[in-house]
Design a protein around this ligand. Structure first.
Ligand code: NAD
Length: 294
C-alpha cells in the first residue's frame, strides 16, 4: 500500500484514482472542480485543499491534467509542487503533453533528488474505469521499476519506451494513428449507410475483415451500434475533440522536428479542426462521424 497524491480528477483521473483506492492505496486528491473531488472523497479518498497539501503526504505523486501549460504550472509554477513533495518522492505525469516539456519537468524533479516518470495512457475512459489502461513510460530504469506496482492498480499493459520524454513520443505516435483510424472508420461507415447498408451489419463485416481496428472493436463512432460508448450517449464523456486536436498538434510538431512525412495525420488534423470549429470542442472525438453525415 502506498501513500499517493492524485491531481486532476477529470474523465480519466477520476476513475484512475478510484482504482488506486480499490487496490488498497491511501489517496489524497486535488482538482479545481469541487464536484470531482467530492466523488473521490465519497469513494474513500482524503481531500486536499491544494496540490501542495496533497503532495506533502505522498510517496508517489500522479498528475492527470489537460495539457502542457497545466502540467508546467503544477510542477514549475509559483506554487510548484516539486519542493513540497517528500525528498524521495516518485512523481508520475500521466497527462498527454509534448516530450520537450516532459523533459524540462523531469530534469527539474530529478535535479531536486526526486524521481520522475512520464507515463501517458491509452485505453480511453472505459479503460480508466476498468483498470485496463496501457501505460507508456519514459524514465530511468530505477524510476520505472518503482512506478510499475502503482500503475498496475490502474492498468493492464505497462511499457518502458526509453528515457524521460520517450513515453510522450510513443503516445503521440499512437494517437496520431487513432485519429486516422477514427476518421477512416467514420467515412467507411457513412458510405455504407449512404448505400443503404445497416451500420451494425457493416461494423460486423469490417470487424471480421481486413478493415478491423480498435475503433470498431471498442469505440464505434456511429450512434447505437455499440452499447456503453460515447456515440450511444450523444458523444458525452470520453475523449474531447479539443484534446484530440491538442494531440494532433503535438504529433505535427514532433513530425516537423524529425522531418517525418505524416500526410494521413495532416488530413485528420484538418478534419478535426473543422469539427472543433463547428461547436464540437467538448464532445467526444468519435463525434467526427457527424462531419461525414452532413
Ligand atoms: P479532463 O479535462 O476531463 O480532466 C482534467 C482535469 O484536470 C479536470 O477535472 C480539471 O479540473 C483538472 N485540472 C486542470 N488544471 C488543474 C490544476 N492546476 N490542478 C488540479 N486540477 C486541475 O481531461 P481527461 O479526459 O481526464 O484527460 C486528461 C489527460 O489525459 C489529457 O492530457 C488527455 O489528453 C489524456 N488522455 C485522455 C483520454 C480520454 O479518453 N479522455 C485518453 C488518453 C489520454
Amino acid at each position: 500500500m502506498s501513500h499517493i497524491a492524485f491531481i486532476g480528477l477529470g474523465n480519466m483521473g477520476g476513475p484512475m484514482a478510484e482504482n488506486l483506492l480499490k487496490n488498497g492505496h491511501k489517496v489524497w486528491v486535488f482538482d479545481l472542480v469541487p464536484e470531482a473531488v467530492k466523488t473521490l472523497v465519497d469513494a474513500g479518498a482524503k481531500e486536499a485543499s491544494s496540490a501542495i497539501e496533497a503532495v506533502q503526504h505522498a510517496e508517489v505523486v500522479i498528475s492527470m491534467l489537460p495539457a502542457a501549460p497545466h502540467v508546467k504550472a503544477l510542477y514549475l509554477g509559483d506554487e510548484g509542487i516539486i519542493a513540497a513533495a517528500k525528498e524521495n518522492a516518485l512523481m508520475i505525469d500521466s497527462s498527454t503533453i509534448d516530450a520537450t516539456t516532459a523533459k524540462i519537468i523531469g530534469e527539474a524533479v530529478e535535479t531536486s533528488g526526486r524521481r520522475f516518470v512520464d507515463a501517458p495512457v491509452s485505453g480511453g475512459t472505459a479503460g480508466a474505469k476498468a483498470g485496463t489502461l496501457t501505460f507508456i513510460m519514459g524514465g530511468t530504469e530505477d524510476a520505472v521499476a518503482a512506478a510499475k506496482p502503482v500503475l498496475k492498480a490502474m492498468g493492464k499493459n505497462i511499457f518502458h519506451a526509453g528515457g524521460i520524454g520517450a513515453g510522450q513520443v510513443a503516445k503521440i505516435c499512437n494517437n496520431m494513428l487513432l485519429a486516422v483510424l477514427m476518421t477512416g472508420t467514420s467515412e467507411a461507415l457513412q458510405m455504407a449507410i449512404d448505400n443503404g447498408l445497416d451500420p451494425k451489419v457493416m461494423s460486423d463485416i469490417m470487424l471480421n475483415s481486413s478493415g478491423c481496428n480498435w475503433t470498431l472493436q471498442k469505440y464505434n463512432p456511429c450512434p447505437n451500434v455499440m452499447e456503453g460508448v460515447p456515440s450511444s450517449n450523444d458523444y458525452q464523456g470520453g475523449f474531447m475533440v479539443k484534446l484530440m486536436n491538442k494531440d494532433l498538434n503535438l504529433a505535427m510538431e514532433t513530425a516537423a522536428k524529425s522531418v517525418s512525412a505524416t500526410p494521413m495525420a495532416a488530413v485528420a488534423q484538418s478534419l478535426y479542426r473543422q469539427h472543433e470549429r463547428n461547436d464540437n470542442a467538448e464532445r467526444d472525438f468519435s463525434s467526427i462521424f457527424s462531419l461525414f453525415q452532413q
